[in-house]
Write a protein that binds this ligand. Structure first.
Ligand SMILES: *[C@@H]1O[C@H](CO)[C@@H](O)[C@H](O)[C@H]1NC(C)=O
Ligand SMILES: *[C@@H]1O[C@H](CO)[C@@H](O)[C@H](O)[C@H]1NC(C)=O
Ligand SMILES: *[C@@H]1O[C@H](CO)[C@@H](O)[C@H](O)[C@H]1NC(C)=O
Length: 316
């Protein structure tokens, strides 16, 4: 009798623990099922779950582009951003921003992220490592193709592609665009925003610290201006205060992390021979200057290591 009871007891314990284990197991799978992926791609840039390093840096709520409701700058952002300008006499930021939205669309872009979107982006830098790469078709295959400054496509289609959905620029690097390309102004000073307004209206500004075009061809309805708070965010969170302010290439890459679900990087870094030059110029470029090139490169390598971006090294 005692033996039988003991046996039964053991049987019950096993049964109960098996049920508990099963429940735990299914609870886990149910949790995984209920936590939907933030996008429809295989891997999502904005997924902050897998890396503490990424989660500490990536802020999904930072203002991205200037609009009329988010244009007031926090005192510390304002002080830092205005401190970047080397042009002494500047107009009032508030006045300039008011003009901005009387001329250009005042929209909230890229708020469409979600579990059904898989937006792929190519960020195309201007490195000489693009020459002979045959990346053209692969670059054009992306939803967004983001190019930087003067980097041309004409004559280089085989290596850099034809398509440009966004071109990053500032007055000193401005070029004409076709009607379908977004002009994304990266403002490093108030005068840059004034130049943008002037280029589409009075055409009177022809000089900043260097000569700049009085006007450019571009679709007024596709103009966007990067938020100064975003520049500060990249400086603080990503460049960790290295350099005077982040380079345009680095800013563009982090910008892409905020508007895309998948980011592929082309034309960054030196050639395989260790040479820094633009694919469209013979002259060598410096990669340090006011920017922390070396530190930025380490961050880019780390982003690649944790599968947030894929860097294509060019012809090897
Ligand atoms: C700069 O501002 C000061 C004070 O507002 C003014 O006296 C001066 O003429 C300005 N200089 C230029 C080059 O606009
Ligand atoms: C401006 O951008 C912010 C995000 O930075 C957004 O919440 C707001 O709705 C936008 N306003 C307009 C008028 O689009
Ligand atoms: C450019 O696109 C806009 C719409 O965004 C259109 O109104 C305009 O006519 C187009 N211009 C040219 C030259 O195709």
């Amino acid at each position: 009798m005692v033996v039988l009871l003991l046996k039964r007891h053991r049987y019950l314990t096993t049964l109960v623990s098996s049920i508990i284990l099963l429940l735990l197991y299914f609870q886990n799978s149910l949790l995984i099922l209920s936590e939907r992926s933030p996008c429809a791609c295989h891997i999502c840039v904005s997924d902050r779950k897998k890396s503490d390093w990424f989660r500490e840096r990536y802020n999904p709520n930072v203002p991205l582009l200037l609009n009329s409701t988010n244009s007031v700058l926090h005192a510390d952002v304002s002080r830092w951003w205005k401190g970047l300008q080397t042009v002494p006499n500047t107009s009032s930021y508030t006045k300039v921003v008011d003009q901005l939205f009387s001329l250009f669309p005042d929209k909230h872009h890229y708020s469409d992220a979600g579990p059904d979107r898989c937006r792929t982006c190519a960020v195309v830098g201007n490195s000489g490592n693009l020459l002979g790469s045959n990346y053209g078709p692969r670059i054009d295959f992306h939803d967004f193709v983001i190019r930087i400054n003067k980097g041309p496509t004409k004559g280089y289609e085989k290596d850099v592609g034809l398509k440009t959905t966004h071109r990053i620029m500032y007055p000193e690097s401005a070029v004409d665009l076709d009607n379908s390309t977004h002009l994304v102004l990266f403002p490093f000073k108030i005068l840059d925003i004034e130049w943008l307004i002037s280029a589409f209206s009075s055409k009177t500004i022809i000089q900043t610290y260097s000569k700049v075009p009085s006007t450019i061809k571009a679709n007024k309805d596709k103009v966007m201006v990067l938020h100064p708070a975003f520049i500060r965010y990249v400086f603080d969170n990503w460049a960790e205060g290295h350099g005077r302010y982040p380079s345009t290439g680095f800013l563009t890459l982090i910008f892409a992390l905020h508007i895309c679900d998948e980011v592929n990087v082309f034309g960054f870094g030196a050639t395989s021979g260790g040479i820094w030059h633009h694919y469209f110029e013979k002259t060598l470029t410096s990669y340090q200057g006011v920017h922390a090139g070396k530190f930025e490169n380490e961050i880019i390598s780390q982003l690649q290591k944790i599968n947030k971006i894929l860097v294509h090294m060019g012809r090897t």
